[in-house]
Each structure stands twice: as C-alpha cells, then as structure tokens.
Ligand binder design. Structure first.
Ligand SMILES: Cc1ncc(COP(=O)(O)O)c(C=O)c1O
Length: 375
C-alpha cells in the first residue's frame, strides 16, 4: 500500500524516467512572447466565428465517438498539400509530436534505433525515450548543415531503423536540400522522416520533400498546422507518406485519438487555408528584417528559413534571457552554447524585443565579439 500523499520517488516509475522533468518552454504571462515559434496573428473574426459554429455542430453529437479514421479531414489535408496526394497517403494526430511518437511506436522500440542530426529539435530524444528506442546523434557541420558522409557511416555501422531530419531545422533554421534527403532514402532500408514543420516559411517552400514521395516508400514528410497555419491551439499535425506507412500508423494509434471538435475546427481552418496562410509572406519579411537588425546590434545570427532565428553569442546567455524577461520579452534559451532563439512576432513585438536587447548589449562584455573582429 502507498499513502495518499505519496511522493513521485516512492512510485515504481520506469528507471529511465527517474529525475526527468516534463518537457516544455516556460509559459509566462509577459507582454511579448517570442519563445515557442507560434504565428503571432490570430484568425480573423469571420474564421473564429466559423470555428465556433463547427464546435456547436460537433457538440450536438458529442455523445457519439468521432470518425476514427478522420477521413474528411485527411482528404482536406491531402488536397491542401497537393502533389496528387489522396487521404490514404495522409495521417493526422494531435500535433506532429503525436504523429512522430506514433511513428516511433510503429518502427522504433526496444533494440531499435532512431538517428537525428544535432543540434536539432529537443523533443526527438523524448520520442525515443518514451518509445524505448535507442538514440543516435550525428553532429551537423559547423554551418549546421547535414554531414552526409558522417550520416552514411552511421547508417552503415549502426543501421538505424528510423532517421529524422528537420528542415528547416529547429533551432538553427537551416534547410536541408531535397537531394540530401534523397540520398538518405537511398542509403537505408529504414524509415526517413523529414520534419517540415516550418516549410511554409522557407525562402523556397516549393523545395519540399513531398516531391520525393512518388519515388521512396520509406519516406515520411511531417507537417504541422501549429506554425504557418496559426493553429497551435488547435493541435493538429500530419504526415504524407506511403499507404503502407499509414497502415502501420493505424495499428498503433489509440482509437478515436482525434476528437470530433479537433476534426471539425481543423476542417474549418483548412477551408480557409488561403486566409489562414495569408500572413506568411509578411512573417518572412519580418524574419529577414529581424536578422538584419540583430546583426546591426552586433549579434551573430544564423540565416534562417523558419519563423525564428538564433542570435548570440553571449558569454552568459541566461543573463541575457533574464534581462529580456525583466523587460517583458520572453525568448528561448536553447541551441548551441551562447545563443538564444527568438520567434518572429508582430512588428510591434519585434520593436519591443530590439529595444530591450539594445539596452542589454550596450553593457560592455555582454556580447562576445564576432570571430575575426578585434576584441
Ligand atoms: C521541428 C519541429 N517539429 C515539430 C514540432 C511540433 O509541433 P506540433 O505543435 O505540431 O506538435 C515543433 C514545434 O515547435 C518543431 O519545432
């Protein structure tokens, strides 16, 4: 028996979870939140009303389980993606985090391994841990691009069942050319997941790995409605892949995993795709401008194809993060040593961010001089 006031340490928790903390960036109530790469523009009143009406209709039948196969929604997602895709080549879940966990449930597991290219999205190790899958990390090159010879060597020697490459990569914003993904697909019998969570923000969004789906049955292209679609609160992630991989995902998914409300509201967002996505061009401009402004402040900035960028280098990045927070601006302390990540906000939010950062870097020693410049 355990007492009602039992402590976590007294529970029979899996050993590898002992001492682990729940994942997540701080959710703080500050004026300017630029820490989780959300789209800063909410849906219009018209779209919000249409979503409300869809919820009302779903509520009228909420005594029934939802469509387990989410067929209508998957058809809409397939149509949105294009490339002749049909619903049975698309799978959806509550955020791409859930779809990717399902992929590892299906193709990872005890005695199997997933390979990633670091630095990269900090949830990948958690998917591996939660599915008892071993993790192989192949460091990216100094410019944060994928090191293909190192990847081939790891594939040859360690034979991972799953490879994940994020493009544009989080947190660096670096894109991986389609040709590199194609060479990975050819080099392995395993599953290659391309995480295109930020693809719509790329300078060349048409260079998507969706183009490769006709050629490689082991390729999965993962997308999310959280970023470009301004639908982070709706929780909808999805993949386009071969029919066989969709079949595998249907084996591991929990029944009725996508609620009737989620399916209905995401369906409305897709009906209004053009309006929901209308701000992307503007966000790209704000991102490009933010890279220039950060460089003007003396920061080193990594060129980004996503809706965020890494800036630094700070001998004490935590102090800079705290300094920004003290001024009402929340960014993310993540990525390579000495860097911080800032999401692309509204022009007003970005002005607040620069003003706060300018004050902080005006202090001597806060910013490390760029390599090659006089100390
Ligand atoms: C590279 C990458 N993949 C996936 C996700 C997860 O997105 P979702 O909100 O769909 O779970 C994120 C979220 O930040 C991300 O950065």
């Amino acid at each position: 028996m355990l007492p009602a006031e039992v402590a976590l340490r007294d529970l029979p928790l899996r050993p590898e979870l002992k001492g682990e903390k729940p994942y997540g960036a701080p959710q703080l109530d500050v004026a300017v939140r630029l820490n989780v790469n959300e789209n800063p523009f909410p849906p219009s009143a018209e779209i919000a009303a249409a979503m409300g009406e869809a919820v009302r209709q779903a509520a009228a039948q909420i005594n029934r389980y939802p469509d387990r196969e989410a067929t209508r929604l998957r058809s809409k997602l397939a149509r949105y993606l294009g490339y002749g895709l049909l619903f049975d080549q698309v799978w959806a879940a509550n955020g791409s985090n859930e779809v990717m966990t399902q992929l590892l449930q299906a193709f990872g597991g005890p005695g199997r391994r997933v390979m990633t290219f670091t630095p990269t999205y900090s949830m990948y190790p958690e998917y591996a841990r939660n599915t008892h899958t071993g993790l192989i990390t192949v460091p990216r090159r100094a410019d944060y691009t994928v090191d293909l010879p190192a990847a081939w060597e790891a594939i040859d020697t360690l034979k991972p069942e799953v490879i994940i490459v994020a493009t544009p990569n989080n947190p660096t914003g670096t894109s991986t050319p389609i040709g590199v993904v194609e060479r990975l697909c050819r080099a392995t019998q395993g599953i290659v997941i391309v995480d295109e969570a930020y693809q719509e923000f790329s300078r060349t969004p048409e260079n998507t790995c969706l183009r490769l789906l006709d050629h490689y049955g082991n390729l999965v292209v993962s997308r999310t409605m959280s970023k470009a679609f301004a639908f982070a609160g709706g929780r909808l992630g999805y993949v386009a892949t071969s029919r066989a991989i969709v079949e595998a995902l249907r084996i591991v998914r929990l029944p009725y995993h996508l609620s009737a409300v989620t399916q209905a509201v995401a369906g409305v967002a897709l009906d209004y795709a053009a309006t929901m996505l209308a701000q992307i061009g503007r966000l790209r401009e704000i991102r490009d401008n933010s890279i220039l402004r950060l460089r003007h402040l003396g920061c080193q900035v990594i060129d980004s194809d996503a809706n965020f960028c890494l800036f630094g280098r700070f001998p004490d990045r935590h102090a800079v993060w705290q300094g920004l927070l003290d001024r009402g601006v929340l960014v993310r302390e993540t990525g390579p040593e000495g860097f911080l990540r800032v999401s692309t906000g509204t022009p007003h939010e970005m002005d607040k961010f620069y003003a706060a950062l300018a004050e902080i870097v005006a202090e001597p020693g806060v910013l490390k001089p760029a390599e090659g410049s006089p100390a």
